[in-house]
Design a protein around this ligand. Structure first.
Ligand code: DCS
Length: 550
């Protein structure tokens, strides 16, 4: 396999390098792109991506002939949808960062920095954020119920954590956390989640509408699997978008239909643009089936105004589109004048019920103040689908048997944390407020620092975990990027990494208005690291601008 893949990767690399200059982002002309088009490669514009495909295999390759390999798979024969799928958050830039990290470990003076700072991914605990004590107490007790009866446990764990663990275990048949559960998740946990949604929104929620999943990602894939029949099926997605959506649409063979968020108005949503894009897609023979909205936004950080939300609900109802509402950042809001309103609450408050709109809301334990990404918990709340379709969703969920039980327990905990009067309440709220207020300060410091730099403009992070500044790059830098066969923002991010050890993701991985360049930087490094990040970023940026000044 080694030599054959190496050979094929190289030949694809050469073929790609020989092709004409590409457009800036492969999904933007997404209306009508098809698996039979020329765009079969993940990023045919990014030569180094293909180079990275062969890197693990390259050592012994050169001396071996390819054609005698018995290995059946080549890049030409695997599912082209897999080749087409891209996921920038863990893409080429991270491969480079890992290489640099290895080099620093082997020789600490090999680079002008002594650590890699991962600002590429929303993974708070990997950067030192501590888990919420109450959640972990309950998880630990559920995982090892034998200690629940021990007298020492009373002194070590809070009484409400012990009580909650008993409650949860009582809801699990045989108290067996190591057993498969119902494919939608443990019923008692779904009851808790439904009750908390009801409390959050002020409208009824049904535990039978909840599907517990291993994070929000599998839930999104499940819905794409249900919706997409062929490349003629389109999904409206915000641009910029979180690349789970473009990746999942590519994997399932559909067409991403972009609608653009308006950077000039703080990444506002203009419903007339959404309508225009829908009409353009229809005129190309695309059947648009659903609209994705991410609120608060990733990578853009905006919190939608209520009237925008109502306009989207109205639009989806009128056009018969399923509304896929990604609400995983519902706890991450940093500005006092904005609040989270679920799309379910908005639609119910407009008087629309199950019969009027098909709506899926995604939630995750990975985000918020809890940041439990590695526990893989989340759910989708599915409303407004007929019983036959619900059965089909259930069938797809059941193919995976069930989501992991710790993730299920955590999903119930984040939706139903300690309440006033519970023993843990004070310490729980202190931990939560510390994290959220620190995130707000970090967002503001980074935003101010970026805005103080020549050629960078950055909208406020009203919510979520990211800043998405625009880079107004000098023409000479754009030409240098072209010469290096990289998108200008990828070129900038690579230079930043090589100079400072800071890992950010080029805007081209999320989609952007053609001809504009951005990067995405998380606000997650611990607060004491922020001043150093700001000074390294500033120093790098000033040097970069001087080097390429027109
Ligand atoms: N939806 C959005 C908007 C996200 O940002 C993420 C993860 C997910 C869904 C899926 O997360 P889970 O599967 O863990 O629930 N955010 C990625 C990101 O942009 N950085 O880190 C991961």
């Amino acid at each position: 396999m080694r030599r054959f893949l190496t050979h094929k990767a190289r030949s694809l690399l050469l073929r790609t390098a020989a092709s004409s200059t590409p457009p800036p982002y492969p999904l933007l002309p997404a209306i009508g792109f098809s698996s039979s088009s020329s765009s079969l490669l993940p990023s045919q514009y990014d030569i180094s991506y293909l180079a990275s495909l062969r890197s693990p295999f390259s050592s012994s390759a050169d001396s071996m002939a390819a054609s005698d390999s018995p290995i059946p798979l080549t890049l030409d024969t695997i599912n082209p949808k897999v080749l087409k799928c891209e996921y920038a958050v863990r893409g080429e830039i991270v491969t480079l960062a890992q290489k640099l990290q290895q080099e620093i470990q082997e020789n600490p003076s090999s680079h002008p920095f002594d650590e890699i700072i991962y600002c590429n991914i929303g993974n708070p605990q990997s950067l030192g954020q501590q888990p919420i004590t109450f959640f972990r107490e309950v998880l630990a007790l559920c995982d090892h119920p034998a200690i629940l009866d021990s007298s020492e446990t009373q002194g070590l764990f809070s009484t409400d954590a012990i009580e909650r663990a008993w409650n949860i275990l009582d809801q699990i048949p045989g108290r067996a956390t190591g057993a498969y559960s119902h494919s939608q998740g443990i019923k008692g946990l779904r009851d808790t989640i439904a009750a908390s949604i009801e409390e959050r929104d002020g409208f009824p929620a049904d535990p039978n509408d909840i599907f517990l999943t291993d994070g929000a990602s599998p839930a999104v894939h499940m819905m794409m699997q249900l919706l997409i029949r062929s490349e003629k099926d389109g999904i409206l997605c915000p641009i910029p978008q979180y690349p789970l959506y473009s990746a999942s649409i590519a994997l399932h063979g559909g067409t991403l239909v972009p609608y653009y968020l308006d950077e000039a108005t703080g990444w506002g949503l203009n419903i007339s643009d959404v309508k225009k894009q829908l009409e353009a897609a229809k005129s190309k023979g695309i059947t648009v089936r659903a609209l994705v909205v991410i609120n608060p936004g990733n990578p853009t950080g905006q919190v939608l105004a209520e009237d925008n939300q109502r306009a989207l609900v109205e639009f989806c109802k009128k056009e018969g589109l399923v509304l896929l509402a990604d609400e995983v950042y519902q706890e991450n809001i940093y500005v006092p004048d904005k609040k989270f309103h679920s799309f379910k609450k908005i639609s119910r408050s407009m008087g629309y019920g199950e019969k009027d709109i098909s709506l899926v809301s995604f939630q995750s334990v990975s985000k918020g103040y809890y940041g439990e990404c590695g526990k893989r918990g989340g759910y989708m709340e599915v409303t407004g689908f007929s019983p036959e379709i619900r059965e089909q969703i259930y069938k797809v969920a059941s193919v995976n048997l069930c989501s992991n039980i710790s993730g299920q327990i955590l999903a119930s905990l984040v939706m139903s944390p300690p309440k006033i009067g519970d023993e843990s309440y004070e310490s729980y709220s202190a931990e939560k407020n510390d994290i959220l207020s620190s995130l707000a300060r970090r967002a503001k410091t980074l935003e101010d620092a970026l805005n103080s730099l020549e050629g960078i403009s950055c909208n406020k992070a009203e919510g979520a975990m990211y800043l998405f500044p625009r880079l107004h790059l000098p023409q000479k830098a754009i030409e240098a990027a072209e010469a290096a066969k990289a998108a200008p923002d990828a070129f900038y991010c690579r230079r930043l990494l090589n100079a400072t050890g800071i890992v950010v993701v080029p805007g081209s991985g999320f989609g952007q208005v053609p001809g504009t360049w951005h990067l995405r930087c998380t606000i997650l490094p611990q607060e004491d690291k922020i001043p150093a990040i700001v000074s390294h970023l500033t120093e790098f940026h000033e040097g970069f601008m001087d080097e390429f000044r027109d």
